[in-house]
Ligand binder design. Structure first.
Ligand code: FDA
Length: 376
């Protein structure tokens, strides 16, 4: 690393975007170190050995954006397929569209409302419980959609996702529960959406192919930090608390465990992601990756699924979703202030900022960091 003036920690989307800009816009060499044995961070994909189906190792990733700058940047390296994401949820032995829409409501209640009738119906349902000043997430949700829809679609899923009864979560977590008056089932409304045609692994390979980009895998920043020249600029996309040796305490994360299963059928659940809303089903979702590539001619007679289980992250667990308790928010502010005093180190990405970021937001933040703080 001794010859590099720019060193990026983390080969995920944030680090990759910054490195690509340094390599092509500034025309300078840049090193990327990542502790994992692959590039792409949490967007990484692999071809399943048994079925030949491309799997997203860290959970389903659908690219979607309304930002032209992001779209123009990413499409230099990949084309996207025509996949449009739809989420279904299984509750009490039946399947419903999510987010809650006209079809969900009609089929849940066994009625036949028109779009113009749904608002008044939901308001009347909500009014039955007469929650005036919601004191917690449960009361807030009931005040917005009524108890039956809350108990079916929100209570169990929230309990599993956060291991906390919604009664013990703050009301402010939701300001408005989106339910659709139409039968629209597309999960995202962005003009540009899809899955990279060749998959995420190939997309990252194409970006990293630039001759100025030098990748060092299986390399933990903290093991090599002493080799970094004092005048080099470091772009750090690892966990911010770890950078400062957890001086103000650890920031809390949720992690995910996946259970891979191969089934001897061509289609296991008829969709890419099925949520499980019943509290007594231990998993939160099942991902079936073959559906993400309708354009591919995958072999019939075999499909692979990943069952997703959510729990509190501890020790070496991969961080997935920031918990954001009031104590976390306070700690984060302390880390943020400290990181501003660090010379020659820029912090970014979902781990460096302790923030859930969609892929397009990640790219935009990285492009802006490059423009404002790196480009000379
Ligand atoms: P990312 O975590 O990808 O990369 C950070 C890298 O830093 C990692 O590779 C890590 O190994 C490395 N690192 C950390 N510490 C290090 C150290 N000490 N030394 C060396 N390397 C170190 N977004 C979207 O738009 N559509 C979607 O459908 C989804 N789906 C989705 C599902 C799930 C379950 C999650 C949790 C997230 C999503 N996302 C998403 C969000 C998406 O994953 C996110 O935008 C990107 O991964 C962010 O990229 P980063 O580079 O910030 O982090």
């Amino acid at each position: 690393l001794s010859g590099f003036k720019y060193i990026v920690v983390g080969a995920g989307l944030f680090g990759t975007t910054v490195a690509e800009r340094i390599a092509s816009d500034m025309g300078l060499p840049v090193a990327i170190v990542d502790r994992r044995d692959h590039i792409g961070g949490n967007c990484h994909s692999v071809t399943d050995a048994d079925t030949g189906i491309e799997c997203h190792v860290y959970g389903t990733h659908i690219f979607h954006t309304k930002r032209r700058r992001v779209w123009d940047w990413i499409t230099q390296f990949t084309q996207f397929n025509s996949y449009r994401h739809k989420v279904l949820t299984r509750y009490d032995g039946r399947v419903f569209p999510m987010p809650i829409n006209l079809t969900t409501i009609n089929s849940f209640y066994g009625i036949d409302l028109a779009p113009s009738e749904v608002e008044a119906f939901v308001l009347a349902e909500a009014a039955r419980d007469r929650v005036e000043e919601p004191a917690n997430l449960e009361e807030k949700a009931i005040s917005l959609v009524g108890r039956p829809l809350y108990e079916a679609f929100i209570r169990g899923y929230t309990l599993k996702q956060w291991e906390t009864d919604p009664k013990n979560l703050p009301a402010e977590v939701i300001t408005r529960l989106p339910f659709r008056h139409s039968r629209e089932v597309d999960y995202f409304t962005d003009p540009w959406q899809g899955i990279p045609l060749g998959g995420y692994a190939e997309m990252f390979k194409a970006i990293h192919a630039h001759e100025n980009i030098h990748v060092f895998l299986n390399t933990d920043y903290f093991a090599v930090r002493d080799m970094i020249p004092a005048d080099a600029t470091v772009i750090y996309t690892g966990p911010v608390d770890r950078y400062f040796e957890n001086r103000f305490g650890e920031l809390a994360w949720r992690t995910i465990d996946f259970e891979r299963e191969v089934h001897p059928v061509s289609d296991y659940q008829g969709t890419s992601v099925m949520n499980y809303a019943d509290p007594d089903t231990p998993w939160t979702r099942i991902h079936e990756y073959r559906h993400l590539h309708p354009e591919r001619d995958y072999k019939a007679g075999g499909t692979v699924t990943f069952k997703e289980f959510s729990r509190h992250a501890a020790g070496q667990d991969d961080p997935y979703y920031p918990v954001n308790t009031p104590a976390d928010i306070e700690r984060l502010e302390q880390y943020r202030q400290l990181s501003e005093t660090e010379t020659n180190v820029l912090f970014g990405g979902r781990l460096g900022g302790y923030k859930y970021l969609d892929m397009d937001t990640t790219i935009l933040a990285a492009l802006e960091m490059f423009d404002e703080k790196i480009k000379r």
